[in-house]
Structures are given as C-alpha cells and as structure tokens.
Design a protein around this ligand. Structure first.
Ligand SMILES: Cc1cc2nc3c(=O)[nH]c(=O)nc-3n(C[C@H](O)[C@H](O)[C@H](O)COP(=O)(O)OP(=O)(O)OC[C@H]3O[C@@H](n4cnc5c(N)ncnc54)[C@H](O)[C@@H]3O)c2cc1C
Length: 464
C-alpha cells in the first residue's frame, strides 16, 4: 500500500497509553509533609525505586512525586523490549568494561529474571512474554559483527544462536533477511504502560504515597533533610532518589551528560490469521535489525506489529517540546521500510503514530551517582534501553543511599561517569555530524569514517 494511505487514519498518540486500563490520577500534593525517602519521577526508574525501597524495608515512609502522570513519558510509550543487557549490548559493554562484562551480563540476566518474578508476584497484567530477541541482518557486513558478538557471548556463557537466512525466515519471514542471531534469554516483550500502572498499584498497596501532577520545581538543602518544593506544597526528605530521565534535572551537573533524542514508532491494526501466517512469527520474539540506524519490531498481545526506530532525531538546541513527538517525514519513512520488509502485508494499515524522548549519554548505558553528602542518588542515561535496566539502576540508587558497599556499587561501570557532551552550539554541530556519518556508514558496508573512528577512540558516541 502507498505509505501515505496506510498512515491516513493513524491516531497521533502512543498506542499503549490509549488504553482503558489507564488509572485515575493520584491527588496532587497540597501542604507540607516529610518522608524517609522521596522519589522524584514516576517512570520506571522512580517506580522501581519506590517499590524496592518498600520491599527492602516495609517501615520506610516513601513518597513519589510525578510532575505529570505515571508512565506518560518514555516509560509508557516505548517498544516494550525489556532487555537483560545493562550496557546497551554486549559489544558496548566489552569495549568499555572488559574485566566486568561477564559479571554485568549475568547481573543483567538476573535483573530480567527478577522483573519476571515481580510481575508474577504482584499479578501485573502487562502481557509479559520472555520470548527473546531475534537480531536480523539485512546486509552481509552485519553478519560478520554478529558472529563476533555470538563468539564473545559463548565465551561468557550467554546464549546467542547464529542462524542462516533460511533459519531466520522460518521464524519471521522477510525477503530482506540474509541471516541473524537469536538471543533467547536476553529479552522479554511487555506492554510498558500496563507495567508502569501495575508497578504504581504495587507501590500503593505497599503504602507508598504517590502524588501525580506534582512537579518538583526546586530543591533546598537543610540540616534536617532535603526540601523538595512543588507548586502547592513541599516534602522534607531524609533521602532523595532522582528518576527524572532526560527532563531538565534538579541537579545541574547532570545537564552535561544527557541529550534528548527523539525516537518514533508506528502501530499497525491487528493482523488477520492469514496475514500472521504469511509472516510466521510463532515464537513471538522481539526483532531488531542490525544497521547503525536500526528498526525494532514486535507483536502485541492482539497481534498488531509495533514498528519503530531508524531515525534518532536530535533537535538543535536540545529542547523537549510536545510538537517534536510527531514527525511526518519519519512516519512516512518508517511506513516505507515496513512494507519493504513485509511485502506480504501490503494491505495493512497503521492505527497509531507517536514519538518519545530518550535520555542519551555518550557511553549509551546509564550512569549513577550521589550528591548532597550521599543524601541524594540519581540514575539516568539509559539511551533507549531502559525498560529492564531501570530496575538495576533503581537498586543502585538504593544501595548508594544506604551507604553500604554492594556488588553493584563496587562496579567500575557504576563508579565512572560518561564523557560530558560539549556545550551548545558545538553540541548540536557534533551530534548532527555524527548522525550524518552513521547514515553514511550504513550505506558503505558499515565502514566508519574518520569522524566516527575518532569518537570511537575517545569512547564518545551517539545512539538511541
Ligand atoms: C519511542 C521509544 C521507544 C523505546 N523503546 C525501548 C525499548 O523497546 N526497550 C528499552 O529498553 N527501552 C526503550 N526506550 C527507552 C525507555 O523507555 C527508557 O529508557 C525508560 O523508560 C526510562 O525510564 P525513566 O523512568 O528513567 O524515564 P521516564 O520514563 O522519562 O520518566 C521520567 C519521569 O520523571 C518525571 N519528572 C521529570 N522531572 C520531574 C520533576 N522535576 N518533578 C516531578 N517529576 C519529574 C517525568 O514527568 C517523567 O514521568 C524507548 C524510549 C522511547 C522514547
């Protein structure tokens, strides 16, 4: 079908958040209160932190403050790939923390196991399926990189099965595939908004006080704790955890490490039995292709296809604006790529189109830290892979706030910070140069130009 026609009726809102399961908001904070722990941000980072704080110590008084609605931002509008990796993939982790990569891979798998256990324990109905991820190659050079990753994984005792074109097409049938690799344990599919709402309910059931539509405007240090100032009240907290993602941080120093990058997604109508049979997909894996500019796609519970990625857009100046959540040129490009991948679905239409903002940092995986004499902890910079890793980051924040040394706080990955981005306007110029170079590399059998090779040597990068 003509991509424009397929998009005609697509609503301009995130599919997952457009659901009857969306709960009524919790009341705003009015007046002044105190808490042992105040969590700022009601995405996955904040929700996991509040929940696990109560699980660790049920007597702790925990309050969570969310500026808008629980899960409205990245956490409720993503692809729903909950990945085990804590390092934005094994290759990035190996490059940066070679002596820790085995530990990090196994910690990531345990974190994903524990997400599954939590979902089961609280009866969270979020369509959780541990189906793994199929990494597909559409060009031979991508297969070479896959062979390397699968070799490394084998040495670390992690399962990454290489597949030839016929084997991949027997799983998910596209004429564009030349081979692939199935990461069987490393990924679960879920409905991210229903996970966020389920975590919210679990927090409430354990006694966390949640206030929505309560932005924290400022923070003040006092001898008795940190005061969080909101439009109609305040919280005096002994400890504070920041799970504010890419939004203007309460801690100024974080600004140097984060840039907002927009990622875009389409959702199709449900496939008929015949349409689904034409693709196969019996094992319902998440799928990611393997160029530098990659697509990710998956089935929903009612057999729609979510199709996202490719363009990772940085708007010069680095602002976050509602109008950036829609980008027609990208939607048309995504629709064209969808029909090129699945020509057998040429009469399928899209029902939703949306975008969301990602907290990109230069090392692609989250960074952690404390301030205010250890009374505040933060975790941010998940760079498009935070559905699973935010739970690990939440545990790191709680460990740091406890002041205890744990297997997590002792990691070099946790102790080190990413290289900061330069200030504007150099920041915008550098990022656009990098985006252009990445697109060129994909056109050039993956060959990286001098600019990308220089950034690689410096440990600096741009990704989504
Ligand atoms: C389109 C898209 C697709 C993605 N796909 C995937 C995927 O398939 N797999 C994956 O692993 N990752 C994916 N990601 C990334 C993933 O969604 C994020 O890494 C993760 O949700 C980050 O969670 P968070 O809680 O840190 O941030 P957010 O979800 O952004 O939450 C931060 C919250 O803090 C609140 N806040 C900020 N400042 C304040 C303040 N001062 N006072 C009160 N509240 C405040 C905000 O309102 C917001 O609700 C995707 C992201 C996008 C945008």
């Amino acid at each position: 079908m003509d991509p424009l026609k397929a998009l005609t009726d697509a609503e301009r809102k995130p599919y997952w958040l457009d659901s009857p399961a969306k709960p009524e908001p919790q009341a705003r904070l009015f007046g002044n209160t105190g808490a042992d722990l105040a969590v700022v941000g009601g995405g996955f980072s904040g929700l996991w932190t509040a929940l696990m704080a109560k699980e660790r110590d049920p007597s702790l008084d925990v309050v969570l403050l969310e500026g808008r609605r629980i899960g409205w931002a990245a956490s409720g509008r993503n692809g729903g790939f909950a990945m085990a990796t804590l390092t934005h993939g094994i290759a990035n982790g190996l490059e940066r923390w070679p002596e820790e990569i085995s530990t990090l891979e196994h910690m990531g798998l345990r974190n994903l196991d524990e997400i599954g256990e939590t979902v089961a324990r609280y009866g969270i109905d979020c369509g959780y399926e541990r189906t793994g991820e199929l990494h597909v190659a559409t060009e031979p050079w991508q297969l070479e990189e896959m062979h390397e990753s699968s070799q490394i994984a084998r040495e670390l005792g992690v399962r990454l099965d290489m597949m030839d074109a016929a084997q991949v097409r027997a799983e998910v049938d596209s004429p564009t595939y030349v081979g692939g690799m199935w990461e069987r344990d490393g990924c679960a599919m879920l409905d991210p908004a229903r996970l966020a709402w389920g975590l919210r309910q679990a927090c409430l059931d354990l006694g966390v006080r949640i206030h929505e539509r309560t932005p924290v405007r400022a923070m003040r240090d006092t001898p008795a704790g940190l005061d969080l100032l909101t439009p109609y009240g305040s919280v005096r907290a002994a400890r504070v955890a920041l799970g504010t993602g890419v939004f203007p941080p309460l801690l100024r120093r974080l600004r140097h490490f984060l840039v907002p990058v927009y990622d875009y997604v389409l959702m199709t109508e449900p496939l008929s039995a015949g349409q689904l049979a034409s693709v196969g997909w019996h094992n319902r894996q998440g799928v990611g292709d393997s160029a530098n500019q990659f697509h990710y796609y998956r089935l929903t519970e009612d057999n729609r296809i979510l199709w996202g990625g490719y363009d990772a857009v940085y708007y010069n100046g680095g602002k976050i604006k509602p109008e950036y959540e829609q980008r027609d040129a990208t939607f048309v490009k995504l629709a064209e790529h969808f029909f090129a991948t699945f020509p057998q679905l040429s009469d399928l239409r899209f029902t939703h189109r949306w975008g969301g903002v990602i907290d990109t940092c230069s090392r692609f995986s989250a960074f952690y830290g404390t301030s205010h004499g250890g009374r505040l902890a933060y975790a941010a910079g998940y760079t498009g892979m935070g559905v699973g890793a935010t739970r690990f980051g939440a545990n790191v924040m709680l460990d740091l706030l406890s002041g205890e040394r744990t297997e997590r706080t002792e990691l070099r990955m946790v102790k080190e910070k990413p290289i900061p981005f330069p200030p504007e306007p150099v920041r915008s110029a550098g990022i656009q140069m990098t985006r252009w170079s990445i697109a060129q590399a994909d056109l050039n059998q993956g060959r990286r130009n001098l600019w990308l090779r220089t950034l690689d040597r410096m440990g600096l990068g741009f990704d989504s």
